[in-house]
Write a protein that binds this ligand. Structure first.
Ligand code: NDP
Ligand code: 2IT
Length: 447
């Protein structure tokens, strides 16, 4: 599978040692595919065991999270925090609450986060946490008790210079409030040990919007560089209507695009003339499903199958829901529907066959570890503001975010050119992220 015998051995060993961890192995395999292009040119990579160390988390913590539901029944979930790599800074990465959460998913997310964070240019290592708990349908009291129980264990491993969590799927402003509040109480100190905080207690302006906005800035830079175009008039389909999807929809619309399709777990809506993106954001803020979006004229339609989103004729797709939501047959439908560019807002939403389909058919493709880095980058800006004890204006944060996304795109593109694969941003993002982490690991000895 890999040209380098060293990488082939590393991969086979990885398969054995992480048996059954499909998502983690998928993420490692994509990464090794890029490293294969350069590994023979630098014998130090093998001599220093760089890849073996990079694919092994520095620390993996798993713990029991017991809580009491509204009927007085004790429930038990499994909590995780994976501290993957701290070569360039303290561990940094989100927290996911979803029924599907397991060790493989948290490890893949923490692994990807390491290289994503390196791409931001900020001093942030890689980590991720979460639990197999689904907040949907739970009362506020249940969610608070769950968050408090999660934090009663997780707090030991967190700190402003050690490990700084944030939100992710299923963890938004409400959950972050409960998690941060309990952390502050048991640590008896007020530190910036969480990002995505509310504005009244140390959050940064634009952090909630940052992943979606950053995605649009990245897509704009990519369109301009590769096609000399912008988002104006482009028809976009967006999966997921949560934090990333709804904010990407609003920014893309503001930049002149037409959002012709969106989805959530209840299904998908499409409208040739453009979806009312503010209404979608409001529905989700009220914790309602897209099935409640009014179908009051014939040009708007709803389907209970969210996969039908990929059949909607469009120019660009922003997958913003979850990992492996797009397989090869979805990718084929997307191509048939006219999509010429796919920019990942979620982490690893396209499986490897789908990515190959895009690349083999000249569909421009940007991986999440580059395109969705605006969220964690703005988390980095929140940490800076917290440690300076001040708050920047939305304009200032937005300017910095734009600059960071532009730099990430350029870094990935220039790297793809340097290795003879111009425009292959999968290779570009992995190698550019790798270069920074490698340099730091090499300088710090065998640890
Ligand atoms: P949210 O929980 O806010 O939103 C997730 C959305 O996806 C919800 O609308 C949910 O539907 C929908 N959804 C989940 N599964 C599916 C599916 N299979 N098909 C269609 N829709 C689905 O999470 P985020 O927006 O924060 O995260 C989305 C993705 O972006 C994740 O992969 C996350 O790791 C990644 N990400 C998040 C960042 C952040 O800052 N939050 C930063 C970088 C990446 P419903 O509303 O019905 O539950
Ligand atoms: O996947 C991600 O980059 C996030 N969920 C955001 C992480 C963060 O620390 O802001």
């Amino acid at each position: 599978m890999f040209e380098s015998q060293y990488l082939q051995n590393v991969f086979e060993n990885c398969l054995k040692r992480n048996a059954g961890e499909e998502e983690f192995i998928q993420a490692v395999s994509e990464f090794l595919g890029a490293i294969d292009l350069i590994v023979e040119k630098d014998p130090d990579i093998e001599r220093l065991g760089i890849i073996e160390r990079m694919i092994e988390p520095e620390r993996l913590i798993t713990f029991r999270v017991p809580w009491v539901d509204d009927n007085g029944k004790v429930r038990v979930n499994r909590g995780f925090r994976v501290q993957f790599n701290s070569a360039i800074g303290p561990y940094k990465g989100g927290t996911r609450f979803d029924t599907s959460v397991n060790q493989s998913i948290i490890k893949f997310l923490a692994f990807e986060q390491t290289f994503k964070n390196a791409l931001t240019g900020l001093p942030l290592g890689g980590g991720k946490g979460g639990a197999d708990f689904n907040p949907v349908g739970k009362s506020e009291g249940e969610i608070m008790r769950f968050c408090q129980s999660y934090m009663a264990e997780a707090y030991r491993y967190l700190g402003p210079n050690l490990d700084i969590p944030a939100g992710d799927l299923g963890v938004g402003a409400r959950e972050i409030g409960f998690l941060f509040g309990y952390y502050r109480k048991i640590k008896n100190e007020f530190t910036g040990t969480f990002t995505g905080k509310g504005l009244s207690y140390g959050g940064s302006l634009l952090r909630p919007e940052a992943t979606g906005y950053g995605l649009c800035y990245f897509a704009s830079e990519m369109l301009s560089n590769l096609r000399g175009e912008d988002l104006k008039g482009k028809r976009i389909v967006i999966s997921g209507s949560g934090n990333v999807g709804s904010n990407a929809a609003i920014k893309a619309r503001n930049l002149g695009a037409i959002i012709v399709g969106m989805s959530d777990i209840s299904g998908m809506i499409s409208s040739e003339k453009g979806i009312d993106v503010e209404l979608v954001k409001k529905l989700k803020a009220d914790r309602k499903f897209l099935s409640k979006y009014p179908i009051d004229n014939p040009e708007v339609s709803f389907s209970e199958d969210y996969r039908n989103l990929w059949k909607v004729p469009a120019d660009i797709a922003f997958p913003c829901a979850t990992q492996n939501e797009i397989n090869k047959s979805d990718a084929e439908r997307m191509r048939e529907g006219g999509i010429f560019m796919v920019v990942e807002g979620a982490n690893m939403p396209c499986n490897q066959e789908a990515i190959h389909h895009f690349l083999n058919n000249n569909i421009l493709f940007a991986p999440g570890k580059a395109a969705n880095a605006g969220g964690v980058a703005t988390s980095g800006l929140e940490m800076t503001q917290n440690s300076l004890h001040l708050s920047w204006s939305a304009v200032e944060v937005d300017l910095r975010l734009k600059e960071i996304m532009k730099n990430i795109y350029q870094n990935c593109y220039q790297t793809s050119v340097r290795v003879g694969k111009p425009g292959n941003l999968v290779v570009g993002a992995n190698l550019a992220g790798f270069a920074k982490v490698y340099e730091a690991m090499k300088a710090q000895g065998i640890i």
